[in-house]
Design a protein around this ligand. Structure first.
Ligand SMILES: *Cc1c(COP(=O)(O)O)cnc(C)c1O
Ligand SMILES: [Zn+2]
Length: 432
């Protein structure tokens, strides 16, 4: 065809990284070609993926696969990503939590439940995007330092893609997370020390091993983009609109920052209306450097040594901490923390009201929601979304202690009635 379209700008053509066109420094704006650079050569600032966005409509997205790949054209991945070996995370349920909402006095509450991902946490999203980009960049090994869930996701995705994985974990992780990583058959290296020690070792290794893609280190700009898909899904599942309040757990802070980026991309692409929303960050008191900086009104985050049962959030020196502060302050939210008792109580409440057994990170998020409602910093009349980012089966010890496990009874009606009476239930002579 020889048509001239001088008056309408041509839709950009996708490359092997889709509509991504390069990387840019989040601090000074310096731009770089798509590659495995992750820090700015000018100022050491972190790099972020830039796009020449295609024209998109809701129908095109709705016709896509029931996974994160329905948003492939807003990610730095090859156009044929949905047909190459990778896990297919995403399109998890957005649960209308009416019982929990009633319990808390919230008019409209939703729980984005990330347990249904292939390895039962939101980390499968970021790893799937990192893997697709790492393959395009020519890496041969998929690696990471991890607080647990990332190790699960990397080992599984590498197994499915038929490549080698190497994961570095703090040696005191929950046994469930260690088993659920080892089963995939990659290399797992327990390291003495905190996550921040493990992360430092990974950064040194990333410089040393040219063909190892450390998903959250040297391919971090691609990895982090995967978290946008939670934001895209929430908006689409609400019927293509933004919630008024959202509470997000904060470890490195990437998830929170990218959910905000997703909301802004949807607005600028005309896919949702530009309605105001507030982003709230949730941390455990035993590792709350971002909440502390927020309270102090600081722009920099002072590193801490973590001590909390919420191990998946135990990053004492969060890479995206300052950007979390930016997003939360810009949208009018708050970063807050709750102690481990409040985390456990919130895990129980989520399970008992909605049938959702979330992990400690989910308890942190719901705990902070409760606390901010009590202090009047969250509006009970505004539509609110919270993220349950992982599965309670991986953090069993957190709730095992207080459970009412009575000794076994004999298999007779009398024994049952005696048991019931001992529990303060109907007496032995009354029918059930
Ligand atoms: C990693 C993780 C988070 C936090 O993610 P960041 O992007 O590092 O802030 C939250 N919840 C769970 C369950 C996680 O594994
Ligand atoms: Zn820079």
């Amino acid at each position: 065809m020889s048509t001239s379209l001088a008056s309408t700008p041509a839709s950009p053509a996708p490359s092997r990284f889709g509509y991504a066109t390069g990387l840019s420094c989040r601090e000074c704006g310096q731009t770089y070609p798509l590659g495995s650079t992750h820090a700015c050569a000018e100022c050491f600032g972190p790099l972020e993926v830039r796009y020449d966005y295609p024209k998109l409509d809701r129908a095109a997205i709705e016709a896509g696969p029931a996974s994160i790949w329905r948003y492939a054209s807003l990610l730095p991945v090859p156009p044929d990503v949905a047909t190459t070996p990778n896990t297919e995370p995403g399109w998890t349920r957005l649960v209308h939590a009416q019982q929990l909402g009633r319990e808390l006095g919230l008019r409209s509450l939703w729980v984005k439940d990330e347990r249904a991902n292939p390895t039962h946490s939101f980390k499968d999203r970021v790893v799937a995007v990192a893997l697709a980009a790492a393959v395009e960049l020519g890496f041969k090994v998929l690696a990471c330092p991890s607080t647990g869930n990332l190790a699960n996701a990397v080992a599984a995705a590498a197994a499915r893609a038929g490549i080698r994985s190497v994961v570095l974990i703090p040696s005191d992780l929950e046994p469930q997370k260690i088993i659920a990583t080892g089963v995939y058959g990659g290399t797992m290296v327990p390291v003495e020390g905190s996550y921040d020690d493990v992360n430092r070792l990974a950064s040194e290794l990333a410089d040393d091993r040219e063909d190892w893609a450390f998903v959250n280190v040297n391919v971090r700009p691609y990895y982090a983009e995967g978290s946008k898909t939670i934001g895209f899904e929430i908006a689409e599942q609400l019927g293509w609109r933004l919630p008024e309040q959202i509470v997000v757990p904060v470890a490195s802070g990437a998830q929170l920052v990218k959910i905000d980026k997703a909301f802004r991309e949807l607005v600028s692409l005309g896919l949702v209306e530009d309605t105001p929303y507030k982003v709230f960050g949730a941390q455990a008191t035993g590792c709350s450097p971002v909440a502390e900086a927020f309270r102090q009104g600081h722009d920099v985050v002072q590193p801490v040594r973590p001590a909390t049962i919420a191990k998946s959030l135990a990053i004492g020196n969060p890479a995206d901490g300052p950007y979390v502060l930016d997003v939360v302050r810009r949208t009018g939210g708050v970063v807050a923390d709750v102690d481990d008792d409040a985390v456990v109580s919130a895990m129980r409440l989520l399970a008992a009201t909605e049938g959702i057994f979330g992990e400690t990170a989910g308890g942190v998020t719901l705990g902070v929601l409760r606390s901010l409602l009590a202090s009047g910093q969250l509006d009970p009349d505004a539509e609110t979304v919270i993220i349950n980012s992982g599965d309670g089966l991986k953090t069993l010890d957190a709730v095992a202690g207080g459970l009412n496990t009575s000794p076994a009874i004999r298999p007779t009606l009398d024994a049952f009635l005696a048991f019931e009476a001992s529990q303060g239930g109907p007496g032995g002579d009354q029918p059930l």
